[in-house]
Design a protein around this ligand. Structure first.
Ligand SMILES: *[C@@H]1O[C@H](CO)[C@@H](O)[C@H](O)[C@H]1NC(C)=O
Ligand SMILES: *[C@@H]1O[C@H](CO)[C@@H](O)[C@H](O)[C@H]1NC(C)=O
Length: 269
């Protein structure tokens, strides 16, 4: 039991060790260019808010009693930083009541696991742009989420404990078709397995690939793991098909490992 509890943060640590400096720099660089300002969508009634949330994989809504408080401008600054996330804002009392907001809150709604994460109370009072952007970056999980060290944090906080990684070079000619199949398979495992893409063309992702004891020459490959007990399995694949992904996931869910030996992380980790 203790060994498991000890290994869990090690995996997390390993996979997030590339984190700190670059991510922070990126966050600070991209914030605050007012000329490129984009606005969150104003949600003026409950049906509009519901429709907005239902239409996208990830929606982030600011629920504010008062639009003059400092957190509102921090919220606005996120919109241009995350162009592929949908931002809404509301100060309508019925909308706030519907979403059970009594003060001010920022909520993230995601489709992949029906999760709703809410920042409120003190968390909102102490929120700054760096913290809010980390929250968004790590928790914006989609049917297929592209890996980066921040995403790893969000994956480990998710209720879904089984994660599937496709390690593949985004520049390869098969990438687009593979991704279509991978997306399709991801929908079949909604709420059961979270799907991640690891671009093997990104040098920093090498540590993820070597963690699963894969070599570049074996890619593309699938790796699946369960955060609960660090159990994992891998499968190098010639091409990504829905069937192959589905069989691999089903097998793992049934407790079958692709290779007979029990795989545990390397001792020196
Ligand atoms: C919401 O904000 C708008 C714009 O600041 C304001 O005109 C409106 O009165 C506010 N509504 C509520 C319910 O506070
Ligand atoms: C608000 O809270 C009630 C009672 O806890 C719950 O049934 C309802 O689903 C919540 N509404 C939303 C939109 O989360």
């Amino acid at each position: 039991m203790e060994a498991t509890q000890f290994r869990y943060p090690l995996l997390l640590l390993l996979l997030t060790c590339g984190l700190a400096p670059e991510v922070v720099a990126e966050v600070e660089e991209s914030s605050g260019d007012p000329s490129a300002a984009q606005e969150p969508v104003q949600l003026t009634d409950v049906p509009a808010a519901m429709e907005f949330i239902a239409a996208v994989e990830v929606a982030i809504i600011g629920f504010f009693q008062d639009l003059e408080i400092p957190i509102v401008s921090v919220f606005h600054s996120m919109v241009q930083q995350f162009p592929d996330v949908s931002f809404g804002i509301s100060n309508d009392s019925e909308v706030l009541a519907h979403y059970n907001v009594s003060g001010n809150a920022i909520s993230l709604f995601r489709l992949v696991d029906n999760e709703q994460l809410k920042l409120e109370g003190e968390e909102i009072e102490n929120m700054d742009a760096t913290k809010l952007s980390r929250f968004i970056m790590s928790n914006s999980l989609r049917f297929v989420t592209e890996y980066n060290p921040m995403v790893m944090l969000g994956l480990f906080n998710a209720m879904v404990e089984i994660h599937l990684l496709l390690m593949m070079n985004k520049a390869s000619p098969e990438y687009e078709e593979s991704m279509r199949h991978y997306q399709e398979a991801a929908k079949l495992f909604r709420g059961k397995v979270l799907f991640v893409l690891v671009d093997s063309g990104v040098k920093e992702n090498g540590n993820v690939i070597s963690y699963f004891r894969l070599k570049m020459s074996q890619l593309p490959a699938l790796a699946i793991y369960r955060t609960l007990d660090d159990k994992w399995d891998t499968l190098p694949i010639a091409e990504v098909t829905v069937d192959q992904v589905q069989n691999f996931c089903d097998g793992f869910l049934k407790g079958k490992l692709h290779k007979s030996e029990e795989k545990t992380p390397k001792e020196e980790l």
